[in-house]
Design a protein around this ligand. Structure first.
Ligand SMILES: Nc1ncnc2c1ncn2[C@@H]1O[C@H](COP(=O)(O)OP(=O)(O)OP(=O)(O)O)[C@@H](O)[C@H]1O
Length: 304
């Protein structure tokens, strides 16, 4: 089995308070993402999914503070890497797309120029070459009439097209890892399905690993090979997607799956009702004390 691309070991992130106390945000998260693997992080709002991804990108801002653990990328600890190293990695080797492309795109520049800039800054191309590559990148994400569209400003595009532009920018330098934080949450269902298909296909073609963050189990199931379930700053369960969906081990995961309405099956519990997670367990703090991390199964069938 090859070495992990990203290995997070016992990552702790706090918000320090006056008087030396701190609010724990991540309480010792450990996970591995293999080269080319699509890893999903699922969990309710506030469970720590975005903070985990910001830590990988080196973008934790005050008051958030990494207070322990390691984030190894090809063996180098990103928590102690220099600002210069992180600048070189971001956008180039590790790229990110967000829920709302308008917050990441510059409203005053054409999308063609913004994509071209990736090639100029990270690959030393000339602007003329960058513009040509930008049109090719738009074509690769299936934007119709890419040459004409390269001259559009972000506000002249639909939400779905803007997300395609973000994907084109993120994949411009063929990163090793794409972090996708709720990339389709703001899109309507048909556009969402197209964008998910695009991410899946492009990353598989290029061998790009994906850390896919979502609160939507259906989306995770359609994209990811392996899934981690976060609850209150703890990775409470991790398994291959199929195994996790067919045989959830952790009480919270069972609750999440029980709360999903399913076509073709009227019952989520024996009384035809969807499960309310709060009704499963009265004291939610108990949930973080339980963990189930399934070993990875290698191609030969051996557990690691
Ligand atoms: N800048 C900040 N200052 C203080 N607390 C923060 C900050 N950013 C995040 N938090 C806290 O950290 C916890 C985890 O937040 P995070 O954004 O990672 O959750 P999430 O699982 O991504 O949720 P969502 O799906 O809503 O984005 C939350 O309790 C949140 O309030």
């Amino acid at each position: 089995m090859s070495a992990p691309l990203i290995e997070i070991k016992d990552l702790k992130v706090d918000v320090p308070l006056k008087g030396g106390k701190a609010v724990p945000i991540l309480k010792g998260v450990s996970l591995q993402i293999m080269p080319g693997e699509t890893f999903g992080l699922v969990g309710e709002s506030g469970s720590g999914k975005s903070v985990t991804s910001l830590a990988i990108m080196g973008l934790l801002k005050k008051p958030l503070k990494a207070t322990g653990g390691q984030i190894l990328y090809r063996g180098e600890d990103l928590l102690t890497a220099s600002k210069k190293t992180m600048r070189n990695l971001r956008g180039n080797r590790i790229a990110m797309i967000f829920q709302e492309p308008m917050t990441a795109l510059n409203p005053l520049q054409t999308v063609g120029r913004q994509i071209a800039e990736m090639f100029v800054l990270h690959q030393g191309k000339s602007w003329a070459e960058g513009q040509k590559l930008a049109v090719e990148a738009l074509a690769a994400v299936k934007v119709p009439s890419p040459e004409r569209r390269a001259g559009n400003y972000p506000h002249q595009m639909s939400g779905g097209l803007r997300q395609r532009v973000m994907i084109a920018m993120a994949l411009a330098c063929n990163p090793d890892l794409l972090i996708a934080d709720e990339p389709t949450t703001a899109l309507d269902v048909t556009v969402q399905a197209e964008v998910l298909k695009l991410i899946r296909e492009l990353c598989a073609e290029r061998g790009t690993a994906v850390l896919f963050i979502s609160h939507d189990l259906g989306v995770i199931a359609s994209v990811c090979q392996r899934v981690g379930v976060m609850y209150s700053g703890v990775l409470v369960e991790e398994n291959d997607t199929r195994a996790l969906f067919s045989n959830p081990q952790h009480t919270y995961t069972k609750g999440l799956l029980g709360a999903l309405p399913r076509l073709g099956s009227r019952t989520a519990d024996s009384r035809n009702r969807l499960v309310d997670i709060d009704s499963i367990i009265a004291d939610r703090s108990v949930l973080t004390q339980e963990r189930y991390i399934a070993p990875r199964i290698t191609e030969g069938g051996a557990a690691q």
